[in-house]
Each structure stands twice: as C-alpha cells, then as structure tokens.
Ligand binder design. Structure first.
Ligand code: FDA
Length: 572
C-alpha cells in the first residue's frame, strides 16, 4: 500500500474516537485518519434494533475478550464484551444514558487532575446531547426530565424508546420505592443520581434506531475530505521519531484484514489511542510504553518507562434475580425502571457499622491490591484513592448511589439485573506476546475484597425487600432466580456467595487502565490526556477515567472526548 500521512491519527473508530475525529476535522486545515479493526454496521439490524439488546453478542462485531481465571470470583473465566465496528462498543451496548454523580467527577480533581470537575464537564455532556422530549403517554407513565440539565443541539440523539412500557407499573414502583426510602428523581442526569427514575436511551426516536457513535458523530460528516476512516484495519503499534529528544510518535503500523502486509500511516502531529480500556494499554505496551519488566519478556525495547500502563483496571459485576407475576400477569414493552439507592438505603441500620468496618479495612485492601499488581501500584497511593471512594460511598451528607437496580417486567415475570457500583478491587491488563492481536491477560480481580462481595449480596437482599414491599408485592408471585430453595431468606453470606459465583458476569464497564492521575501516584496520562514521557501521544477513551462512575459510561465518555477535542484544538 502507498504510505499516507495525516496530522492526527486516531486508533479506534469507537465511542470516544469518533468524537475526536468529528471535532478535529471541523477544522478544514487539519487532516485526520481513523483506524478501525471493524466494519460499518449501519445496516446491521443486531445494532440498529432498539429492542435487540444482546443480539450482537458472540457475532463478528463482538471482541468477546476473555479474562484470566477469576480466583476470587468462583474460579471462572468471564467474557468482557466490546464492539468491533464503526461506533465501537456503543453499537452493542444497552443504550442507557445516565451520567455520573457530580461529586465523583469532582473526585478526579481531588486526585490531582486540575480542571476536571463536574462544573467543567457538565457543559460538555450537554454539548454532545440532543434530547428528544418524551411523548405524552411516556410522561404520563413516569418519564420526567429537567430541561436545564440537558442539551438539545448536540450530535447525539437521546430519548425514550417508542416501545417503552407505559402501563401503570411505574406508579406501583414509585410508591414501593418511596416506602423503602428511595424517592423519585426527576432527572438522573443532573449530577444527582440517587433515587428511582426512568432513564433515557441512546436512540433516534423518529427513525426508531439505536443512536451509536457512528450515527451520531461519523456518518453525518463522513464526506469531509480532510477525514479518512480505515475500516477493517488492525493497528499494531506506534512508530517513533528516533531523532526526537522526547519520545515522539510519528505513525501507526497497521494491517488490513484482507492483507498480509503491514504498512505505516504517518502522523505529522499526534497519535490518539481510542481503542477502549481493554485495547489502548496494549497498544502502548506494543509500542514500548509500559513496565520494562513486562516489555522485556517479549523483547520489546522500552521507549517510555511507565510501569502503571494497564494497571488500576476497575469493573463491576452483574447478577440477576427473577420473580413470577401473580396470576400470570403479562407485560410488554421496554422498561428502563431504574433505582440508584445509597448505601444507607440498602444497609439500613447497619450502615454505621459497615462504614466503620470498611474504613478500618482500607489499609489491608490497599495492601492486597498493591500486592496483586506486584506492587507496581503503591499501597500508600491506593489507600488515598480508597479514602476518597469511601467518603463518596458513606458520606452522611451527600453519598453517591451504591447500586443500580434495573427492573424489567416482561411476559409473566419480572427480571431484575443489578450491580454494586463501586467495588474496591483493581486488576490489570497486559500483553502476552509481541504479536498484535494475540489475546491479552485481563484480570479484573472480581470479588477480591470483602466489600465487593458484601456490596453485591446486599443489593440482592435489598431487591428481595423490593419484591416483598407493597404495592409491588401485590403484582408478584414466586421468586424463580435464585429462588428460596436455592438461597433461603436468612441465607448466610457464604450461601449467597456460592450462588452468586456461579451466575455473575462482567458488567462491561472496564475503566482506568491508562488512568488520568499525577505521575507520582501512578497516572498514565496527564490532565490533557497526554501519555507521560511522550511528546504527542494521547489516550482518549474509557482507559483514562481514574475512578469508576455510577452512571453508564458512554455519556461521560462523550463528555470527556468533547472536552479533550477542545484541549487538542487549544494546543494547535
Ligand atoms: P469503544 O470500545 O467504543 O471503541 C474502541 C474501538 O477501537 C472499537 O471500535 C474497536 O474495534 C477499536 N479497536 C480496538 N483495538 C483496535 C486495534 N488494535 N486496531 C484498530 N481498532 C481497534 N454504556 C452506556 O452508557 N450505556 C449502556 O447501556 C451500556 N451497556 C453496555 C453493554 C455492553 C454489552 C457493553 C459491552 C458495554 C456497555 N456499556 C454501556 C459501556 C460502554 O458501551 C463502553 O464503556 C463504551 O462504549 C466504551 O467506549 P470507548 O470509546 O472506551 O471504546
């Protein structure tokens, strides 16, 4: 192939990468290339369907990354799904649009990331968004929003599914949650997430198709002559300008899927890695940026000694409960009945004890997590992160939510997916070969720490309370998952854990594998998302979030990428 060169070369036409591609190519004097392993899914009904969650799993557009054996989590291997397509993981995800709690974005700044706060990010959430208001029937069935918290002019269409269940279940749930102390939240995207609500989705309501990153950020501007997207092309590694004093990337080695010959796409200004939290750190390592002890195992010479590349991996776990409806009542439509309770909501009178127990355990958690990384992450740093996280969870004045509880009445049952939002466990991801595309070692260390187990189990107990509380209880019959024969009402933690270990899955929210933090505490990128020790390499995707957030990730990733694009432009 002919050698080609661009000002900015972006790896990954996913959720974040397409925001950068769109915003940089707004400048007609700037040239941009985007390299994407997958293909267009514009006409793929597994993607466009607004009621087809899961249809794309296991197909050619699902990377289906495998974890290492989860020794704390039932000795099983978990699948971590991610999209391989123009649009990335936004083409296969659950379409939920929820942001974060304001104070947890402020915590990024508290970590040492000056300029990253809720106040700064909030306008970028709105900049990306184009809210489509609910129908009258949806409003009557509990859909509310606050106009001041939403954007109406951005590229990303957000709204409520035309198939939304508009029956009276909402009223029943609203009363039930209120009885449990979980109040109606008018707009979950205001920075205050706690409560019960019916959240919006990434959807083009008029066309009734999924609004993925391709539809929002790429296809409308795909004909810009200064923007070139390379589909079906795997990025191998960056190339370096050997004459530069500070390591300076000058291209990306790529290979088209139908070819055996790699070639280089040159970058005159910057390389931006947006390949996702389970791919960008690997591209750094394959390019010689990482832990020399790992790189040397595969004969990769160290360009930048940055041992925390691939560390700090944080994910959540997802489990499901189910219960029959009374008298086989049948439900139809999509649901999106979501509750975000606080730790006090789910632990009740135990909250003070639990808070103190977890606080006392933080030094041992930090030591355990540090040891699991071979002390590449430092216990003293982790302890300071964990104290911030503890305060977010257990604050008596402004706690963040601690769980997402998603109820889906359908057919003659109510399914309930749930996940504890803030486990303390951290793991890592590293290459296992110098050959690009070879599966990595991915270890999220699910359930490594007591709190991670207790939290997930306590949410399940809370859901049993929801099932048993009027008026919702009146609609329900017999619990089928797990069922009281499998996990009795007064089950011990061990009984709950034994069941949970056999049924849980990844919640598909991996973050922090190239965390934005000061270098001294193990950061990989600085506040302009530039990789430490390099002149011109940025990571812009879920890898840079230093902490897990309580909302689903995409809205926050769009906001981060929107801001990052402005930062890049300000440096031009
Ligand atoms: P993203 O994965 O979008 O993009 C990375 C791109 O890089 C991909 O297109 C990939 O093919 C490409 N790539 C990787 N390696 C490459 C290489 N070497 N060369 C070339 N290209 C390469 N969030 C949410 O907000 N609401 C929700 O309902 C859900 N639900 C959900 C369900 C499921 C099943 C999953 C898997 C995830 C979710 N999420 C979610 C999470 C959310 O979708 C996810 O965090 C983001 O889309 C990730 O965006 P990124 O930009 O980080 O990477």
């Amino acid at each position: 192939a002919t050698p080609v060169s661009y000002d900015y070369v972006i790896v990954g036409a996913g959720t974040s990468g397409l925001v950068i591609a769109n915003r940089l190519s707004e400048l007609s004097n700037v040239t941009v290339a985007v390299i994407e392993a997958g293909d267009s899914v514009y006409n793929n009904v597994n993607v466009s369907s607004t009621t087809g969650y899961g249809l794309a799993f296991g197909t050619e557009i699902d990377w289906a990354y495998q974890t290492t054996n989860q020794s704390f989590g039932g000795d099983v291997v978990q699948t971590m799904r991610a999209g391989k397509a123009i649009g990335g993981t936004s083409t296969i995800n659950g379409m939920a649009y929820t942001r974060a709690e304001d104070i947890q974005i402020d915590a990024w700044e508290a970590l040492g990331n000056a300029g990253w706060s809720w106040e700064v990010l909030f306008p970028y959430y709105k900049k990306s968004q184009q809210l489509q208001v609910p129908t009258e029937a949806q409003a009557a069935a509990g859909v509310t929003y606050d106009a001041a918290d939403n954007g109406f002019n951005g590229p990303l269409k957000v709204g409520w599914n035309p198939a939304l269940n508009v029956g009276d279940v909402h009223t029943v749930l609203n009363e039930t949650y209120a009885a449990l102390g979980v109040q109606w939240n008018e707009d979950v995207n205001s920075g205050r997430m706690v409560g019960y609500n019916r959240y919006p989705s990434h959807i083009d309501v008029a066309l009734n198709v999924r609004e993925d990153a391709g539809r929002a950020y790429y296809y409308p501007i795909a004909n810009r002559t200064n923007l070139h997207l390379y589909p079906n092309t795997l990025a191998h590694r960056m190339t370096w300008d050997t004459t530069a004093q500070i390591p300076t990337a000058n291209g990306v080695v790529v290979q088209a899927v139908n070819s055996t010959t790699p070639y280089t796409i040159s970058a005159n200004k910057e390389v931006i890695l947006s390949a996702g939290a389970l791919a960008s750190p690997l591209l750094l390592e394959l390019s010689g940026v990482g832990n020399p002890a790992i790189l040397s195992k595969y004969n990769i010479s160290t360009v930048v000694d940055l041992p925390t590349v691939g560390e700090n991996l944080q994910d959540q776990t997802n489990t499901g409960l189910a219960i029959d409806t009374a008298d086989n009542t049948s439900y139809s439509g999509t649901s999106d009945y979501v509750a975000y309770p606080t730790a006090a909501d789910i632990f009740g009178s135990e909250i003070t004890n639990i808070s103190a127990t977890v606080l006392a355990a933080l030094p041992s958690y930090a030591a355990t997590v540090a040891a699991a990384s071979g002390n590449v992450t430092k216990a003293s740093d982790l302890l300071s992160f964990f104290k911030i996280q503890h305060e977010l969870i257990f604050s008596t004045t402004h706690p963040v939510p601690i769980a997402e509880v998603l109820l889906t009445p359908s057919g003659t049952a109510v399914d309930c997916e749930y996940w504890a939002l803030l486990p303390f466990a951290r793991g890592n991801i590293h290459i296992t070969s110098a050959t690009p595309g070879v599966p990595a070692a991915i270890n999220p260390n699910y359930y490594m720490l007591d709190w991670d187990v207790t939290g997930q189990i306590q949410v399940a107990k809370f859901i049993r309370e929801i099932f048993a509380t009027a008026p919702f209880a009146g609609l329900l019959g017999t619990e089928t998952k797990p069922g009281f024969d499998v996990v009795p009402q007064n089950a011990t933690t061990a009984q709950w854990q034994a069941w949970n270990n056999g049924v849980y899955r990844s919640n598909f929210h991996p973050v922090a594998t190239a965390a934005m933090m000061p270098k001294e505490v193990g950061g990989v990128v600085d506040t302009s998302l530039k990789v430490y020790g390099t002149a011109n390499v940025r990571v812009i995707d879920a890898s840079v979030l230093p902490f897990q957030v309580c909302g689903h990730l995409v809205s926050t990733l769009y906001a981060v990428a929107e801001r990052a694009a402005d930062l890049i432009k300000s440096e031009m």
